[in-house]
Write a protein that binds this ligand. Sequence first.
Ligand SMILES: Cc1cc2nc3c(=O)[nH]c(=O)nc-3n(C[C@H](O)[C@H](O)[C@H](O)COP(=O)(O)OP(=O)(O)OC[C@H]3O[C@@H](n4cnc5c(N)ncnc54)[C@H](O)[C@@H]3O)c2cc1C
Length: 414
Amino acid sequence: MRPAPEKPGSANQVVRVDAAVVGLGPAGSTALRLLADAGISCIGLDRSTFPRNKACGGGISARTLPLLPPGILENIPHQITSGISLTFRGEGSQNQDFGRPIAYQVRRDQFDTFMIDAARSAGGQVVTGVEAISARQEGRGFVLTAGDMVIHARSIFAADGATSRILRDLDPGSSRHIRENPSLRPFTSAEAFGHLRHPIDNRHVAIDLGLVTGGYAWSFPKKDSSWGLGVAGFLGPLSDPRGEFARYLNSRKATVGDAEVLTWPLPNFRSVRHGRIPGLFLIGDAGAILDPFLGEGIYYAILSATRGAEELIRELSRKDVEPETAVARASTAYARFVKHALWPDFSQGARLAQVLYRFPGLFFRITRRHPGLLALYASILTGKHDYRSFSRAMILRALSLLIPGRTPLSGPAL
Ligand SMILES: Cc1cc2nc3c(=O)[nH]c(=O)nc-3n(C[C@H](O)[C@H](O)[C@H](O)COP(=O)(O)OP(=O)(O)OC[C@H]3O[C@@H](n4cnc5c(N)ncnc54)[C@H](O)[C@@H]3O)c2cc1C
């Protein structure tokens, strides 16, 4: 159902909806598409006009595929990657092909534009080039101001990224909480598109350990033969992301020409508390739903948007509860999903990050002797493992080394 605008005689356009979606990156466009498709009255807005770029490697893991709108890969250029090339401080490349796609490498300007078009095709009202400038609670709903619009919404899907204004406005305690706890600050990154002077296999993602303090550097191949190049730290904010990036470019003999080097925060999942405000769905980066080991966020943006939208659709379809109660129940169920399904796994991912990024040389030496361990990386991206089952599998593989005659590859297929 399309939201009905009202013109109450002032310059402002008043809109009343069941759901306002703020931010139309992968999280927001997914929520808007699903809500509109289910006939929920909704509106989605983004301050950018599309196509727009977003600092991102653009690697979409294979496990994301079932959650994407139909036809997306047929319609945007993408490079399939089925393997990994791992180096330590730029040296000693270990290559492994897993024989199946582990990720699809896209450019975010193209991907995000297609996702918004899909939301529009589902009947979602899309407003771009308009910034949400304030949000407040009023009664059991919300009032948003954006450009010349005043939006009264029963629920808000905050999908406005790592520096979410909606979160700051509606839950100011959250920003205070981060300010007072330096360990909750976002991680940092730097990235740009460029070219490699010595080309490598473009069916593989290239990952370097050891060059970046507490994190990794990557080269992700794109269809147009350019590479998405970047660095990110996961043990704390990089003190000099541009310097670390320059070091990586140098080691890869890569050039970025005139391309802009973007630095961007990667939210720390521990920083956001979900479920504090009935009717507020913090999805994607706005909800800090970003994997703390690989920095994968697109899958989680789309997964969280899907779960949030599904809860709202389910509750609003009930005839026995009033809409305000339905909205509150849905946001509570969504927060429960984040806390019980995602956070325990992210905690395990953060533990792995502590070990691997603190001792990258040790990990590199182990994988050199036992390259089968790299298959675990593919198993995360294809959805065969999460971090908890991944860790169990790692431990079992390590233990199997102690049994004479067994190798880490002699366990069950990953
Ligand atoms: C350098 C880098 C590399 C990365 N590489 C990968 C990768 O290869 N694979 C992967 O899966 N993840 C990657 N990530 C993470 C991924 O980019 C994010 O997790 C993902 O974009 C989150 O999607 P989102 O929709 O939540 O937010 P975003 O994509 O950030 O979208 C937020 C949207 O909100 C809009 N907005 C913001 N404020 C307002 C406002 N006040 N009013 C209206 N609109 C607003 C913005 O214009 C934007 O369009 C990377 C991140 C970084 C920083």
